[in-house]
Design a protein around this ligand. Structure first.
Ligand code: F6R
Length: 592
């Protein structure tokens, strides 16, 4: 979702830095981009709809500027066009904003009565106008920012410049991610750490309600009440090289190919080092609730099966966007596990805050280090999947389910698990390499309008993820159903040649799912089967089959998602879709 980047210093061209930084933020999803920079003491703004390359053609890169801010916008208020894109300017304030100002209409009305005019439909321009109005009255930026924070409701990460002193960038943060990168005689502003890793690994995070004034030498940080506080510098310890596509055509394909390595890392970190006891013991809590969104929610559904079957304790899995509004029966005896790749998903973060307010113990299963959720929870477990750039998650989802499995097997006999999990990376690699089969299946389904996925129990959870993967990147409508539910309505949608993917990894429910497959097959469906090697199914029941190698049941379930990821990729490729950046989607969903 929207990205912010900023530069102040004389060591680089601000314009080049910001353009490059915007490209690093592209993966978050955007539909327009813009830059404000200082040229000869004046703030200039250049914006453009669509790709960053459109913006580049409008910029004169020869301008020597030493300060500027840039933005990639993912439309929330107002259509994606040049006027609505950032930076926004009002009076002497020029700003870029991520998040949502919830009471912007009310503030807009008030400012309208003061005679202020607006060009765009955005809440961000209202924020610029409000700060300008407060600065006009107080003649003091710090005072204006404190009053602004009191007045607005909602989420915001803001970077702004003011005409009266063009040597500084002001940053304000509440519920939207923002960091400050440290250089020597130069400083950087960004929505996330990967955007600045090429230049520095040192950065400062702001807590909600805080603001900072940044120039080329100093970072003055202020707490929620405007009292100056100590700047704590953190050092990023991850691998910056993963932000490159390397030999692969798409990040998604690269990230799928990284899955064996991700599993190796998790196993050696938690299992081989006998570190399982460093993972939380869920038996210590009365109730276990998992909250997450999208694929992370699907990972939670898989984890529910692992935890319930292996630890014998019940688990509820909640969509974070619903959790906030429902009646909750959570208290200090319970644990709430938030799963999030980015660690920035606004709904999941809000759910964590609610769980904390109810005194539950909160655990984050998070990929991005030092992200908002990682910082907010009582206990964080990193999924160690490395940077994931493709909007559609693959390796991070896999790392989440493997970690949930590891949490669930702590008090089991580990000898067999160690053996089985050690052979998982090789098995996954083999599955990934069945490219020709996936291409063949993809060519069979690429022109269909509707595709169905069916499975029972954990296979249903895997189907939900397979269906999401397919629809989000190929734009083919697809739904996942618990196989037994089909005849309660959905089966009316099955007609001649309708593709149905069926997943069967659990022998106990295999016979029942096979019956459901026969029901749709006899109504003309074409069956694409993903099945465990040790489950027998008569050949006439399916049209194509992907066989998952023998392993312990939970491990077969984990492997079964790989063909679904690969098939989605191949379908999207055949349809010429924008695989890494599907339309309308964002990698970090930082608004609720
Ligand atoms: C789908 C996908 C999304 C995310 C969801 C939550 O491929 O990536 O559904 O899973 O937006 O994001 P995180 O995990 O960052 O909280």
């Amino acid at each position: 979702m929207c990205g912010i980047i900023g530069y102040v210093g004389k060591k680089k061209s601000a314009l080049s830095f910001i353009v490059e930084g915007l490209k690093c933020l592209e993966y978050r999803g955007y539909d327009s981009a813009g830059i404000a920079y200082v040229d000869d003491e004046n703030i200039k703004i250049v914006k453009s709809e669509g790709q960053i390359s459109n913006l580049e053609t409008k910029l004169n890169m020869n301008v020597e500027s030493s300060i500027g801010i840039g933005h990639t916008r993912w439309a929330t208020h107002g259509i994606p066009n040049e006027i609505n894109s950032h930076p926004h300017r009002s009076g002497s304030i020029t700003l870029v904003h991520n998040g949502i100002i919830e009471n912007y209409m009310e503030i807009k009305d008030e400012l309208g009565k003061e005679g202020k005019k607006f060009l765009s439909d955005t809440d961000s321009e209202v924020a610029a106008c409000l700060i300008d109005s407060l600065f006009e009255k107080t003649k003091d930026m710090k005072e204006a920012i404190l009053l602004f924070k009191k007045k607005v409701k909602g989420s915001y990460a803001i970077a702004l410049m003011v005409d009266e002193d063009t040597s500084k960038i002001y940053v304000i943060k509440n519920l939207s991610p923002l960091i400050i990168g440290l250089g020597s005689d130069e400083n950087f502003i960004a929505s996330d750490v990967p955007a600045i890793l090429k230049w520095t690994k040192q950065y400062v995070t702001l807590s909600d309600g805080e603001f900072a004034i940044v120039d080329d030498k100093n970072i003055d940080l202020y707490d929620i009440d405007g009292v100056e506080k100590e700047v704590l510098v953190k050092t990023f310890s991850g691998d910056a090289s993963s932000i490159d596509k390397g030999e692969y055509e798409h990040f998604m394909l690269k990230e799928i190919h990284e899955e064996p390595e991700v599993i190796k890392t998790l196993i050696s970190e938690y299992l081989m080092e006998d570190n399982l006891s460093s993972l939380p013991n869920l038996r210590n809590y009365k109730n276990v609730t998992i909250v997450a969104c999208g694929s992370a929610y699907h990972a939670g559904l898989v984890g529910k099966h692992f935890i319930e079957n292996n630890l014998d304790i019940p688990v509820s899995v909640e969509l974070a966007s619903e959790f906030k509004y429902k009646k909750l029966f959570i208290n200090d005896e319970d644990v709430v596990i938030a799963i999030s790749q980015s660690g920035e998903t606004a709904d999941t973060l809000a759910a964590v805050k609610i769980a904390k307010s109810l005194k539950a113990h909160t655990i984050g299963i998070v990929n991005v280090k030092e992200s908002s959720i990682a910082r907010e929870v009582d206990e964080v477990i990193y999924t160690l999947a490395g940077s994931e750039i493709a909007v559609a998650t693959t390796k991070a989802y896999l790392s989440q389910i493997v970690l949930l499995l590891l949490i669930s097997i702590q008090d089991m006999n580990l000898v067999e698990w160690k053996k089985e999990l050690s052979s998982l990376p090789v098995k996954i690699e083999k599955l990934i390499n069945e490219e020709n089969l996936y291409k063949k299946i993809a060519s069979e389904v690429k022109d269909r309008d509707d595709i169905f996925f069916i499975g029972r129990q954990i296979d249903y959870a895997i189907c939900l993820e397979g269906s999401l993967k397919l629809k989000e990147i190929s734009y083919i409508h697809s739904e996942a159903y618990a196989a037994g539910e089909l005849k309660h309505g959905t089966i009316s949608l099955i007609s001649q040649d309708t593709p149905v993917f069926a997943v069967i990894t659990d022998e106990i429910i295999a016979e029942k799912t096979i019956s459901n497959i026969k029901e749709v097959k006899s109504r003309g469906a074409r069956i694409f089967l993903v099945i465990s090697e040790d489950i027998y199914i008569p050949e006439e029941v399916y049209d194509f089959v992907v066989v998952i190698p023998n392993a312990l049941k939970s491990i077969v379930s984990i492997m079964s998602v790989i063909p679904l990821q690969m098939i989605s990729y191949e379908v999207a490729k055949l349809r010429g879709c924008s695989i890494d950046k599907p339309r309308n989607l964002a990698k970090s969903v930082t608004v609720e």
